[in-house]
Design a protein around this ligand. Structure first.
Ligand code: PLP
Length: 384
């Protein structure tokens, strides 16, 4: 039997990853372990044995039961958590539910995930609200620089502030507790985009104190793809509705979000198995190990390439972003060409991004990774 806490390449067999691939992009779309896929298939079989009975009489109870371990894991009451397909859906649900008036402000930062920047732009455009994008200086010196930039962007008109818990491209962990506090002090409601955080860092959503917290379980908690959650503080629940209004409309937060039309509920129902697998891999110990590996990888790449990281080492969790040792054209097109070449020619999956006028590579660290994975990447860009 595999020792699930003997991290590194010996664990690769737990995932259906093709041989020969160096996978440094766990944060991108997650990677579902075989055991979780098997659990999902068992739910599929159960549903298909009698879809009418399951979806008419049973699905609600099963979804509620699956919510319980999720809520416990993220430090929430099960009454305040619902499953959603993904972070994008839940963030849009909040943005599109709130009534913004002409002159209201929605605050985001330069590190906001690009898809969510677009959702905020769309919301602002339709309502007459102003979108305020606060510039976070990169490379980041310390958390105080984030707080200072955000404090300068908050006004008495800020109705909603959106903060990433772990910013996607830069991989930086942001001080969400302090950011929430200063935004609340300014009178704004707070929506945290925690797409990457659950399973990467210990999470206590209640303690963060935001109005809404959105997370994915299909990234770092190993759930099947299309498994996210939306947590809402009790006072903020009646303010929001799912993007698709359906049978549950008017019957309260959980009922409204539980049925948004016929959809695949198997990722949510398999979520408890995913959490259990994460715990078998060590739970908190796995997170600690992955964080240490990502920081070591970032340190090694920076030293060998003689470049820099997007921020101080202690601002990373299980991902680090390092500037590539390149000269010449700095464009988004080059970033995607480099990422494609890494994938197609070298069988290395890692995110290459354009950020703050430079090209960076974001490397992730998961249980199946080990230092030799980053050394392979390092050699490809080694300056001659
Ligand atoms: C910060 C952040 N927000 C939102 C998302 C969107 O996640 P999803 O595609 O699962 O909705 C991502 C995806 O990586 C992300 O990094």
């Amino acid at each position: 039997m595999t020792d699930l806490q003997h991290y590194g390449s010996s664990l690769r067999g737990e995932w259906p990853l093709a041989p020969g691939i160096t996978y440094l992009n766990h944060g991108g779309f997650g990677l579902t372990p075989r055991t979780v896929l098997a659990a999902q298939n068992r739910w599929r079989d159960k549903i298909e044995a009698d879809p009418t009975h399951f979806l008419t009489f049973e699905v609600e109870d099963y979804l509620r039961a699956a919510t319980v371990p999720v809520a416990t894991t993220i430090g929430a009451s099960a009454n305040d958590v619902v499953f959603v397909d993904n972070a994008t859906t839940a963030l849009n649900a909040v943005l599109r539910s709130l009534d913004f008036e002409l002159g209201d402000e929605i605050l985001i930062t330069s590190l906001t995930y690009p898809a969510i920047r677009k959702a905020a732009q769309y919301t602002a455009l339709r309502s007459g609200a102003r979108l305020i994008e606060v510039e976070i200086p990169l490379p980041l010196t310390d958390e105080a620089a984030v707080l200072k930039a955000v404090a300068q962007g908050l006004t008495h008109r800020t109705k909603l502030a959106i903060f990433d818990h772990i910013a996607s491209h830069s991989a930086l962990v942001l001080p969400v507790v302090a950011l929430t506090a200063i935004a609340h002090e300014a009178g704004a409601m707070v929506l945290i985009d925690g797409a990457h955080a659950p399973g990467m860092v210990p999470l206590d959503v209640t303690r963060i104190g935001a109005d809404w917290y959105v997370g994915n379980l299909h990234k770092w908690y190993f759930a099947p793809r299309a498994c996210g959650f939306l947590w809402a503080a009790p006072a903020a629940q009646s303010l929001i509705h799912p993007l698709a209004i359906s049978h549950g409309y008017g019957e309260g937060f959980r009922t409204e979000f539980e049925w948004t039309g016929t959809r695949d509920v198997t990722p949510a129902l398999a979520a408890p198995d995913a959490l259990a697998f994460h715990a078998q891999l060590g739970g908190a110990a796995l997170m600690t190990r992955n964080i240490a590996l990502a920081r070591d990888a970032g340190t090694m790449l920076t030293a060998r390439w003689k470049t820099e990281m997007t921020g101080p080492l202690d601002s990373y969790a299980a991902m680090a972003a390092v500037r590539l040792p390149l000269t010449g054209e700095i464009t988004a097109a080059r970033a995607s060409a480099l990422m494609r070449d890494l994938s197609q020619t070298h069988k290395i999956e890692a995110a290459v991004v354009l950020l703050a006028g430079a090209l960076w590579i974001r490397v992730a660290a998961q249980a199946y990774n080990e230092m030799s994975d980053y050394e392979r990447l390092c050699s490809i860009f080694m300056p001659t």
